[in-house]
Design a protein around this ligand. Structure first.
Ligand code: NDP
Length: 451
């Protein structure tokens, strides 16, 4: 019997080769598979891409750097962690992508993130290649001086592989303004150069206004665009957000500013449900709790008499809009069906790959608006690109100017998704963002020859 999808076999064979070359890296396989399903048919239908093996080349990192990170803890004991930098693709510009410090970090997680980053950075329309890095170091429970010693040791090796024109890392899970400061300080000390080698820097030493807010704000701007296609908006909507870190905090802030109501946030211990809504004052407490006190989300429930659900994710809470902003594979097929049953109309990924393939399929079937992270969380790297531009000019743009540019970039990404993903009267954002991201990288690679 003829297969319903004429490219099914080609995709399967392609994925078999990817798995064989990258054994055990299941997050990487998942990310490549999602792109292959839409990009392989597109390549086949466009003559200039045929037999160029472009997706295969994009799925092979240009360079992988792996190194030892030795440091002393406060008791004077030796500690050893592993550091990584994946320099995935430089067709469009310097490698660009965050550093993640989390015990779950290994090659497969960073390769998936670096692969996604290539498409995301292309969608921003800025001249940025893709990369990612990090370490299996766990910042939780470490003292300030341990964090500083670790960052210094990490940069002592990384510094020889990065520079403002070649590879410009930023933050990610476990790497916020504090860590970027220590990493930048050590880079400057060793290299004896004050350059824009990292983004997410503090305002007094070359950072950009709106960079901390950018991923969360951008995700909500994108959600507004999606809702507008159905004649609606954030105003008056009940919103559930997972995570309570950088992305979640500023997504919540923008929802509040646009007249929505955030009723849930979470961390790795569970979620809080506050049916009155987490207004700006309560959100300020979350920011203090998470960024300064480094406490747990359950403390919010104690302070504001809200519900705390230990060990659970927030997807069972009734909402119109869900924004997964914590980590990969945190929303599965069953969660998607619960969201649908509760009347959820739109899901936009603030995190990278938080929704499983089963969840994608459920959203698609239910006609729930669904934005993959490479489109909806691109605001962070976009403003990192704007930080690089300001560093090169030795200038600092106003808050309004950066915010307007961010807003315009998110609208443009939405238009690209529509251009490549419009089918059967609606926008398939997965297809639109994969193909929209692919085209620019592929054309630049063709122009630059087989390198
Ligand atoms: P943070 O470290 O600031 O916050 C991460 C949040 O997610 C915390 O609330 C954390 O809880 C929670 N979390 C982490 N791991 C898990 C887990 N395994 N299970 C449940 N909760 C978890 O990171 P960011 O906000 O910067 O990043 C969040 C996501 O957004 C990531 O996927 C990142 O790759 C993505 N992203 C970030 C960008 C940025 O600009 N920062 C840009 C684009 C994407 P706890 O405090 O308990 O650890």
């Amino acid at each position: 019997m003829a297969s319903k999808n004429p490219f099914e076999k080609t995709v399967k064979d392609f994925m078999r080769r990817v798995r064989r070359r990258n054994p055990g890296e299941k997050e990487f396989h998942q990310a490549v598979q999602e792109v292959a399903e839409t990009v392989i048919p597109f390549e086949a239908e466009h003559g200039k891409y045929v037999n160029q093996h472009l997706l295969e080349r994009i799925a092979e990192p240009e360079r992988v750097i792996m190194f030892r990170v030795p440091w002393f803890d406060d008791r004077g004991e030796y500690r050893i962690n592993r550091g990584f930098r994946i320099q995935m693709n430089s067709a469009l510009g310097p490698y660009k992508g965050g550093l993640r410090f989390h015990p779950s970090v290994y090659l497969g997680v960073l390769k998936f993130l670096a692969f996604e980053q290539v498409f995301k950075n292309s969608l921003t329309t800025l001249p940025l290649g893709g990369g990612k890095g990090g370490s299996d170091f766990d910042p939780k429970g470490k003292s300030e001086s341990e964090i500083m010693r670790f960052c210094q040791s990490f940069m002592t090796e990384l510094f020889r592989h990065i520079n403002a024109y070649g590879d410009v890392p930023a933050g990610d899970i476990g790497v916020g303004g504090r860590e970027i400061g220590y990493l930048f300080g050590q880079y400057k000390r060793i290299a004896n150069r004050f350059t824009g080698v990292l983004t997410g820097k503090g305002m007094m030493y070359g950072g950009s206004l709106i960079r901390p807010e950018a991923t969360g704000y951008g995700c909500v701007y994108f959600t507004e665009e999606m809702l507008a296609t159905r004649g609606s908006g954030i105003k008056g909507k009940t919103v559930v957000i997972s995570g309570s870190g950088n992305v979640a905090q500023y997504a919540a802030e923008k929802v509040n500013h646009l007249g929505g109501k955030v009723v849930a946030l979470s961390d790795s211990e569970g979620f809080i449900y506050d049916k009155q809504g987490i207004d700006d004052e309560k959100l300020n407490y979350i920011m203090f709790l998470k960024n300064e006190k480094r406490g747990r989300i359950r403390e919010y429930a104690e302070k504001y008499k809200a519900e705390f659900h230990a060990g659970k994710n927030p997807w069972g809470v009734k909402c119109h809009v869900a924004l997964p902003c914590a980590t990969e594979n945190e929303l599965d097929g069953k969660d998607a069906l619960i969201l649908k049953k509760n009347g959820c109309k739109a899901v936009a990924e603030g995190a990278n790959m938080p929704c499983t393939p089963e969840a994608h399929a459920a959203f698609h079937k239910a006609k729930i608006l669904f934005a993959p992270g490479k489109a909806s969380n691109a605001g962070g790297v976009a403003v990192s690109g704007l930080e690089m531009a300001q560093n090169s000019q030795r200038l600092s743009w106003s808050r309004d100017e950066v915010d307007q540019r961010l807003h315009e970039i998110m609208k443009r990404i939405h238009r690209v998704c529509k251009q490549y993903g419009y089918e059967n009267g609606q926008i398939n954002y997965v297809k639109g963002s994969n193909i929209g991201g692919f085209v620019k990288v592929a054309d630049a690679m063709l122009a630059q020859g087989l390198v």
